[in-house]
Design a protein around this ligand. Structure first.
Ligand SMILES: [Zn+2]
Length: 281
């Protein structure tokens, strides 16, 4: 087994090992970065991401903090490679990049295989985010095979490393889906439920979705309070999940698109892209 394979099989060692007083980990979930300000909820300005990264470096070094921040990205957007990687590297940070495998080298605006190989070689961690970003709760047994097993095996084949982590498209899940992920060879399944996790990590790992509306002070307060501010977010997330199951996904997606688009994007083509339900977590 290569050193890379050993490293990838242990998700909690994604970065430098947390010192012993860091008893919990908080995973942050990002999607897309842009150099200019965007009104789209899931886009974070690169300047802001630099500030977040500096905060994470500081939080990791503070003796008073018990919460260790970890960075994750979903979808495989090209900006992860172009903008996030240099920011992470300059600070000695490693992140987890969950890739929509069927989009790799296929969908404009998303990373190709060379980008992913470079990310991996740079010491960043790669996981799967399904094959086509279909919500797993909508999949037949045969579709699940493609979304989970084919996605994992393709990543392993193309990158030459073992892939054992998966993040759920749209955060949608139920106990059967978690079992299917485990059966398909994933040991750790990353969700969109905002909660910190004790070490060692269990099979499901909560994450705090970082939207444009969250401020640096709010993230700082969550870390400083060692995650005690998260139960409220967890409660709100449960309300959202209940709304999804009551309304059905189609209606929920429509309302989500309306409520999250405060202004129209100046570039119409981009605006259309932004309505892509891809980002609905
Ligand atoms: Zn996604």
């Amino acid at each position: 087994m290569s050193p890379e394979k050993t490293r990838e099989s242990s998700p909690q060692s994604a970065s430098k090992e947390p010192p012993p007083h860091h008893t919990k980990v908080l995973h942050l979930l990002y999607h897309e970065l842009r150099p200019a300000k965007s009104e789209y909820s899931y886009v974070i300005e690169t300047g802001e991401f630099e500030k977040h990264s500096d905060l994470f470096v500081r939080a990791r070094s503070e003796a008073s903090s018990t919460l260790w921040p970890e960075i994750t990205f979903d979808d495989g957007h090209l900006s992860n490679f172009e903008f996030a990687l240099p920011i992470l590297q300059s600070r000695g940070l490693q992140a987890r990049f969950f890739i929509t495998v069927g989009w790799t080298g296929q969908k404009p605006g998303y990373m190709g295989w060379e980008d992913l190989r470079s990310l991996h070689k740079a010491g960043q961690f790669i996981g799967a985010h399904g094959w086509s970003h279909t919500l797993l709760t909508h999949c037949s047994k045969k579709d699940l095979q493609t979304e989970l097993a084919t996605a994992r095996l393709t990543l392993e084949d193309k990158l030459g490393t073992s892939i054992t982590t998966m993040s759920l498209p749209g955060g949608r899940s139920n106990p059967q889906i978690i079992n299917a992920c485990l059966e398909a060879g994933y040991t750790h399944i990353y969700t969109s439920t905002p909660k910190s996790e004790s070490l060692p990590l269990g099979s499901t790992v909560g994450r705090l979705n970082i939207l444009r509306s969250i401020t640096l002070d709010q993230i700082s307060a969550i870390l400083a309070a060692n995650g005690t501010a998260l139960p409220k977010l967890h409660f709100l997330s449960r309300i959202k999940t209940a709304a999804q199951s009551l309304m059905g996904d189609a209606l929920y997606e429509k309302l989500w698109a309306i409520s999250n688009r405060k202004e129209t994007d100046p570039i119409p083509a981009e605006a259309a892209e932004n309505e892509d339900p891809t980002h609905h977590q």
